[in-house]
Design a protein around this ligand. Structure first.
Ligand code: MG
Length: 399
């Protein structure tokens, strides 16, 4: 078993590359409604849950970076405060390594990864990490399948290069932490600043770098075509479509507001319950859990547990969504119906919809909020409480 506490990830996200289009550095460009960096960080958390992650960003990108962390899977991840990058990739990595080295006293190993490789698999990550029990530097490389030519400035092929010894190398690149920190310091001190990957830094410092088989899916997003293909791939893998439903009721009690969909709605009554009694978020949480067949809200947050007394229910929905993301899935759609005579939901509908979208990390057009009365019939008709029903559509990788 790997001791994950001995590892730290450094993710280089300080580049200004706008070649991919969208007017933003590519790591912040959206791919299937989430920034590339978010996809990359989620992949790391799935591969090595609990391992600290040190991201290196450009100082101008602080707000874009913070937005990348607003996803359920990253809520409880060990994401260190960002380090700020330098003029070159090499400077940026060094800044990240120095900060990680300082903040993670127990870390012995580091995996250095480019933010633009969001298709990082758990298999490749763990393969590289496990090499570090014997080796001090190990990187993934792919044999070249195409014939390789040297071409002169006039565009004329001058020579065919034997490709047997060639590898195109990827990230993450895995190192003994002390070794790579010293190598980076030495290179910087010597004024060597143009090394394009960390294996080159280790080699420059005289260390042996081993190469293991990389993953052809682990591409670095660079061009607009890469983005189009990546989006297709992210969605086309999620073919296991599930629908879950949820239902909840809370009775009225004395008070002056109710919580509905994470929004405080003024009312002449409150809702009674162990948590904040947000009937809408409870129904949505059960719908999401239902879609992945993972019990219900009471199982994950037992009312007998005092820590949930008065708890804000956005926490429950976020946890259900985190469980979907942890399986490599995505929530496609949430649909909610609130059933009551009062308060009137209509005037609050847009605000509730926006709040649920925010909690769930979804675009607002993937959230629907509806309301109905029961024509004064039954307990909701008698104004004894509020009921809510919800469905969640979830896409999972076909397994
Ligand atoms: Mg409830």
């Amino acid at each position: 078993m790997l001791d994950l506490s001995a590892f730290v990830f450094v993710v280089v996200a300080a580049g200004r590359g706008v070649r991919a289009g969208g007017g933003l550095p590519k790591q912040y460009r959206k791919l299937a409604h989430k920034p590339v960096l978010t996809w990359t960080l989620e992949a790391i958390v799935r591969a090595m849950p609990g391992a600290p992650i040190q991201v290196v960003i450009h100082p101008d990108d602080r707000q874009l970076y913070d937005e990348c962390l607003a996803t359920a899977l990253l809520q409880d991840a060990r994401i260190l405060p960002p380090a700020f990058g330098g003029a070159s990739r090499q400077d940026s990595v060094r800044a990240g390594l120095e900060q990680a080295h300082q903040l993670c006293a127990n870390a012995k190993h580091v995996l250095i990864h480019d933010a633009a490789r969001c298709f990082l698999s758990s298999e490749l990550t763990l393969k590289l990490a496990s090499q570090l029990s014997d080796l001090k530097a190990c990187i993934p490389g792919l044999a070249l399948v195409d014939t390789v030519k040297r071409v002169d400035a006039a565009g004329v092929a001058t020579r065919t290069v034997p490709r047997e010894e060639l590898r195109s190398v990827q990230t993450p690149q895995a190192f003994d932490l002390d070794l790579i920190v010293s190598a980076h310091r030495a290179a910087a001190a010597a004024g060597v600043a143009d090394l394009t990957d960390d294996a080159s830094v280790a080699q420059w410092a005289g260390h042996v770098v081993h190469v293991v088989e990389g993953d052809p899916r682990n591409i670095k997003l660079t061009t607009p075509e890469d983005f189009a293909m990546a989006e297709q791939r992210l969605l086309s893998g999620l073919t296991d479509v599930r629908v879950g439903q949820g239902f909840d009721v809370h009775a009225f009690a004395d008070g002056d507001h109710v919580w509905l969909g994470g929004l405080r709605v003024p009312h002449s009554r409150a809702l009674d319950g162990h948590s904040d009694a947000d009937v809408a978020l409870h129904a949505l949480t059960d719908a999401v859990l239902g879609a992945i067949g993972d019990g219900d809200i009471g199982l994950h947050f037992p009312p007998s547990d005092p820590q949930w007394r008065g708890a804000a229910s956005d926490r429950f929905l976020k946890e259900a969504i985190r469980l979907v993301l942890a399986r490599g899935g995505a929530v496609a759609h949430l649909d909610l119906t609130i059933i009551c005579e009062a308060p009137k939901v209509g005037p609050q509908r847009d605000a509730i919809r926006a709040r649920i979208a925010e909690i769930a990390g979804l675009p607002v057009d993937r959230v629907s909020v509806k309301a109905t009365t029961t024509e004064k019939l039954g307990f909701t008709g008698r104004r004894e409480g509020i009921a809510a029903m919800a469905t969640a559509t979830v896409r999972l990788p076909y397994a």
